[in-house]
Design a binder for this molecule. Structure first.
Ligand SMILES: [Zn+2]
Length: 455
């Protein structure tokens, strides 16, 4: 039986209740016992760690990452969405298993150092499972599935998927990670394959993640069978009959939408889609920086929120890959999301800093179906906790912790990251990850990618 441990700081943010000034969190065996004000006789005690002028809060939940793609940070810039994704696929085809492992290891290190304790990660290679496991992260690792043309039969793809899901499930045992499947997007997965993956996920109770309603090009393909994706299908001899309607209606007709489904992007969302989301209970990953950087637009947070008229919104923040962001800094994502919506609405009535911090914590937990375990500092929940310095030159003075976190803080201000009571990162040091080996392979692969792009 380990003794309770106490973490103290100038601010404790339980999320589920108002901020506590001069607070402490009591932990026992990796779980939260209580978040409360430091008792009146709160003299220093041997089992307490006092962070001083800092904010203690639940770990951040990054609901959409591609740790595999960390190597592509800054490589493909200033391209329209279609050209960007084509170049991205061409680059990844040159990567080997060891490159992916180095890439996701550096990605996992970045996440942990930035106060992210939970991820929803889409991986073609499976390498991010190994990296996330070594780093001690929590989350869902979605095995990606592709197949728009008939090169491989649906049966072959499903058999390969099943093999990979079993391997990942074996790797995930004894960790904080779960396995899901990700039929990538409406323009990379054919309808029969979507149906088959939906059935497979249902039979095995697996979480599902799909990129949906991200670009105008995708909407044009579904609605009218025109635009850059349709032209590419033509060139490659891929048969395509536009189903009509919206991408969300299309995915619903294929049986993809359910409570286990996480939809990523939602820029091209129509009012009629809200009903389908409300009926099925699917969740959203809001990725404002990636959407803006690729020129895909600004998702309406108002519309996304209206998908949940009767219940708490299942909307989390996602950085997307660093190939389109170029950072996993969720503080920056919170800031960007807030400013974009205020600019878009020309109003600050409906979005305050507190709501944005909720989206990056309990909202993300709900989106991944983990709200009973994480997302707030409540008794019985896992001790996934971070400490953010509030006395750095860029953070002082801290009048209100929510506003400081959204409008001033950055990943650089995180000084401690803990998952289930285990410290993963402290004072700029990765506790579990050894980055030396990964860094060598990473830089070598980056040199190869650079040579390729200059050829
Ligand atoms: Zn993505």
């Amino acid at each position: 039986m380990t003794e309770p441990l106490r973490l103290r700081a100038a601010w404790v943010l339980p999320i589920s209740s108002p901020p506590i000034e001069n607070g402490e969190i009591v932990l026992e065996e990796g779980k939260i016992v209580e978040a409360r004000p430091v008792p009146i006789d709160g003299a220093p005690v041997s089992d307490a760690r006092d962070f001083g002028e800092a904010i203690l809060m639940p770990g951040l939940v990054n609901v959409h990452t591609h740790l595999d793609l960390t190597l592509l940070r800054g490589l493909i810039e200033d391209r329209e969405f279609f050209a960007w994704i084509r170049e991205l696929v061409a680059c990844t085809e040159t990567l080997e298993e060891e490159d992916y492992l180095a890439s996701s290891t550096l990605g996992a290190a970045e996440a942990v150092a930035g106060g992210v304790t939970t991820i929803g990660d889409c991986t073609p290679s499976g390498a991010s499972m190994i990296a996330a496991k070594r780093a001690g992260l929590r989350g869902i690792i979605y095995q990606e599935v592709f197949g728009i043309d008939g090169r491989q039969s649906v049966e072959q793809i499903l058999s390969d998927l099943n093999y990979r899901v079993r391997a990942l499930t074996w790797q995930a045992s004894g960790t904080h990670l779960k396995v899901g499947v990700s039929p990538h997007a409406p323009y990379t997965v054919r309808p029969e394959l979507f149906r088959a993956v939906a059935k497979y996920a249902e039979e095995n109770s697996l979480p599902v993640c799909v990129h949906a309603a991200e670009s105008l090009a995708e909407s044009q393909l579904i609605r009218e069978g025109i635009g850059p994706f349709a032209e590419m299908f033509d060139r490659r001899g891929i048969a395509w009959k536009a189903p009509g309607g919206t991408p969300i209606a299309y995915l619903h007709a294929l049986g993809i939408l359910s409570e286990r489904t996480l939809l990523v992007h939602g820029v091209q969302l129509s009012a009629s889609d809200r009903t389908l989301i409300a009926q099925t209970g699917a969740a959203w990953a809001h990725c404002p920086k990636s959407n803006a950087k690729l020129g895909n637009g600004v998702a309406s947070l108002g519309l996304l929120q209206q998908c949940y008229p009767q219940s708490l919104p299942r909307i989390g923040l996602g950085s997307d890959s660093v190939a389109s962001n170029n950072t996993l800094d969720l503080f920056e994502e919170m800031r960007f999301a807030t400013l974009l919506q205020r600019g878009r609405r020309r109003s600050l009535e409906t979005l305050c800093a507190r709501e944005m911090v909720e989206m990056a914590t309990i909202g993300g937990a709900r989106a991944l179906g983990l709200e009973r375990k994480i997302g707030s500092l409540e008794a019985g929940k896992e001790a996934d906790i971070i400490a953010v310095r509030a006395d750095t030159p860029g953070m002082m003075p801290c009048y209100d912790p929510y506003n400081a976190l959204v409008f001033s803080a950055g990943a650089r201000d995180v000084v401690m990251t803990m998952v289930s009571g285990e410290v993963l990162y402290q004072d700029r040091v990765q506790v579990r990850l050894d980055l030396n080996e990964a860094r060598g392979r990473f830089l070598e692969a980056a040199r190869r990618l650079k040579r390729r792009s200059q050829a």
